[in-house]
Design a protein around this ligand. Sequence first.
Ligand code: MF3
Ligand code: CO
Length: 291
Amino acid sequence: MKSKIGRNDPCWCGSGRKYKNCHMAFDEQIMLSKLQGHVVPDHCLIKTPAQIEKIRESAKINIAVLDEVSDKICAGMSTEEIDRIVYDTTTKMGGIPATLNYEGYPKSVCTSVNDEVCHGIPSSDVILKDGDIVNVDCSTILDGYFSDSSRMFCIGDVSPERKKLVDVTRECVQLGLEQVKPWGFLGDMSQAVYDHAAKNGYSVVRNIGGHGVGLQFHEDPWVGYIFRRGTQMLLVPGMMFTIEPMVNMGSWEIEQNDPNGWTVRTVDHKPSAQWEIQVLVTEDGHEVISY
Ligand code: MF3
Ligand code: CO
């Protein structure tokens, strides 16, 4: 945090207002939390109203793309076809799929089926079949602003066990979201997610999580789900991050040894589910930016 702004200097946020009439009290509250030993956000993690508006525009595309996938996805479709739908819909609306060429990732979306935990690569060889559960993880860049969310889809007749995993994982995200409020802590969200998964006999993946997002694809903080209430980063208005727990029917252990270098699977090959939302911390709670 930059410390020496005068009371009458322009605020660091770019509002044009004097510091004392803008973020001064806000910074003092953050400083107090820091003195109490908490991890606090840097100014660069706090989005301005203008930036938030641009990120919302990006998210409109991301949501529309997932809606389009939701309309079309069915048994017999290859995950390559999902990739095509994502690429076409995103680019027609003026966006760029954020995963395409990201650190060498070759496709416009991640499609993770059954025991695939995340980062499944779309392929014409992977045909969705009755009973599959699949995560479609979509991310968009519009004018340099990022949005990121994912949904689960149940293909045809899915077993009650798999259906329950998908439903409980969605509930985990909802319960986590309800904990997101200014001057609370990221760990409040984490514990709500973890407890609901554990209560249902599931495990939560430990070393892959969510992330700050908006001005870049992946920003601080890292968002894990094994943390306790009252720990992890202080939440303040203007912060934006994803809640995207991967919930496993069996053990939390995962492996990344697919020759494609990306796909993560459960070690026990039991199914895994994930839903992802992008959340803004507001003055009085939270706003879901992408889902
Ligand atoms: N949408 C994924 C996330 O939540 C993207 C992972 S990067 C990829 O961060 F290259 F694997 F797609
Ligand atoms: Co993400």
